[in-house]
Design a protein around this ligand. Sequence first.
Ligand code: MN
Length: 249
Amino acid sequence: MNKREFLKTSMIFGAGAVLTPHLATSCMNTAGANGVTASLVSTDSTGKFVQPELGYAFDALEPHIDAMTMEFHYTKHHAGYTSKFNAALESENLHSTDIYKIFAQISNYSDGVRNNGGGYYNHNLFWKFMSPEGGGEPAGKVAAAINETFGSFAKFKDLFSATAGSVFGSGWAWLILNDTGNLQVVSTPNQDNPLMDVSDVYGKPLLNIDVWEHAYYLKYQNQRTSYIEAYWNVIDWNFVEALYQEAIA
Ligand code: MN
């Protein structure tokens, strides 16, 4: 799938979201054949983007990711991106509830929409990539693709860790299915992501890691490498596999 086709697909994905009836509480943007990607984002009855529930307790990832970091990260940082994203859309009189369409045209939007929309979405994903039952190695189709692309899981792990470790300043590292249909490890600065039209490499996210200092400073201080190593103990490979199967479908 080339970039244009992918863009078209993601825009079709989002078109359904507008047609999704707004329920009293919140509604999932359930467009698309498979709901994994669509279910990452929801809006309330007024069209505001909703911060999803964490799905586990703040201390559930101890000792790898500490409770205080999780609480601040979720209730302050992520909640802040969510409210500022909604505020930016409102102040600019933008009423789209299709975040995939927004990302595909992000170069047309303000820095407020770009930074806070990325911050909102990237963390929605990030919480799902972690689980108290996580860790170990992937299985299934994504494991086969990792072995084929990178040679082995160990080589992929080294590349992903090195990429995350070498992000200058604040940003994210990603495993994506790129627009030529291959797995690729990339990084993005600030709160950008590979769905944005400003990204150097375009693709569907399969895994990410937040390497902003707020993700690790309370427990690991400036030791980003120790935090990255700890992350491997909590990765939910079942969710990675679900995203991969949807991406190649
Ligand atoms: Mn963060």
